[in-house]
Design a protein around this ligand. Sequence first.
Ligand SMILES: [Zn+2]
Length: 279
Amino acid sequence: MKTVRCRENIIPRIFYTTIVMCIVFFIGCAEVPITHRKGLRLVPKSELLSLSLRQYDQTLKKSKLSTDQEKVKMVRRVGERIARSAEAFLQESGKNQQIKDYKWEFNLIEDDKVVNAWAMPGGKVAVYTGILPYTKDETGLAVVMGHEVAHALADHGNERMSQALLANMGGMALSVALANKPQQTRELFLTAFGAGASVGLMLPYSRLHESEADRIGMVLMARAGYDPREAITFWERMNKKEGSRPPEFLSTHPAPASRQANLKTYIPEALPYYKKPLK
Ligand SMILES: [Zn+2]
């Protein structure tokens, strides 16, 4: 009897799940520029943007901003060039209306121990002084900035936030989650956008997102006039810093050898843009 009842229940459940999956697929999926992968986006952009603005302001207030004008100017100059490159791609892919969602801001936070950078929705970017010894020059910084702006352009944070809300809060809407569990929701947000981690540029993202940000980032930097081949030397310097690490399957970090191999395969796609950058 039990078996029969189970079977009776399973059919409508499968039907229901299929309907939900179809709705999620058609309403909640968006295409990533350049790689054309489809990703889950369940959080409304307006809610994500307002949370982002609040969190960005709070983070800046709690942090010590760099007063080294030369470095601050460099971060803004490279950031603006990468941002223009990202906007050109949005324009060409018929997504002009998305350009207004980005109010780009690039700040340098004074903390030599933090080897990190992140981008929140709406183009709110922070770079920590701790990463500058590894970026070395403007092109190295363009690798980091390209990578971070790529995460923002591909909406990886929304995808992470959607997955986290489904997994940890039973698919609760962001506004409801914020009202009911404000602290937990803010932590999910910071982790989803990389602002919660201080140990590495790529820690909070999956390997799929990391590879995608590497690939898109190289195209963005090339189009902004920076040599994308420098991405390989930047990641070599970062990998030397990291020292011993767990095997690849235990870690969300791509193993250095596979990351380097992947970066090399992205060069043919990025290089033509470097030879014909934006004016
Ligand atoms: Zn990353």
